[in-house]
Design a protein around this ligand. Structure first.
Ligand code: URA
Length: 191
């Protein structure tokens, strides 16, 4: 079998890049398909691209993304090229607002197909939007985080968005690190 080298099958990459199903496509530069090939068994899921991600098409490369990557590197020992990261919404919402329910629902089938392709053992959902979407709940991240969930055999670990840790709240970074250590235990247990 050919090794899997990209974060999504080629036809899905093409569909995401050419998608015009919601109004977010109007202002986008680069939609985010994702990086990594799932080898580590972990998929990191964010909300939507910000300015840097829209400019580059790569998820979590802005200030908060750099903090998240550092935490993943320090707590999991994974290098950047071992990370598989995507966003539940692929195009940047204006002024980084939260994606609407309709935008999220329109983009969601891409995520389902990407998860089916990557077959992660665990998913780290970063912030309210991906955590609620994956767990199909209206609960907020403060309530959801700190434990694991089983979604059709995939372990979901919800955690705070690193942007919250950058707003001068050290307890948020401590909680994020603690959730990532939980994730480490889950991944370790399955390997
Ligand atoms: N925040 C997200 O949720 N995703 C990104 O890619 C960047 C910031």
């Amino acid at each position: 079998m050919m090794p899997q080298l990209q974060a999504a099958p080629l036809e899905l990459i093409e569909e995401i890049r050419s998608c015009t199903q919601c109004s977010l496509h109007v202002g986008r530069d680069h939609p985010v398909v994702g990086i990594g090939d799932g080898r580590s068994g972990l998929l990191v899921l964010g909300e939507a691209p910000g300015a840097e991600e829209d400019r580059t098409g790569v998820p979590f490369v802005g200030r908060s993304g750099r903090l998240l990557r550092l935490i993943l590197l320090q707590e999991l020992g994974l290098e950047d090229d071992q990370l598989t990261i995507s966003n539940v919404v692929r195009c940047r919402p204006p002024k980084n607002r939260t994606p609407t329910r309709i935008e999220l629902a329109t983009c969601w089938p891409f995520m389902e197909r990407q998860i089916a392709f990557l077959q992660p053992r665990a998913i780290l959902t970063v912030g309210n939007t991906p955590s609620r979407a994956l767990l199909q709940t209206k609960e907020g991240i403060t309530t959801l985080r700190g434990r694991t969930y089983d979604r059709h055999g995939v372990i979901v670990v919800p955690t705070f968005h690193p942007a919250a840790a950058l707003r001068g709240r050290p307890e948020v970074e401590a909680a994020l690190r603690s959730d990532v250590r939980l994730l480490r235990d889950v991944l370790g247990a399955g390997s």
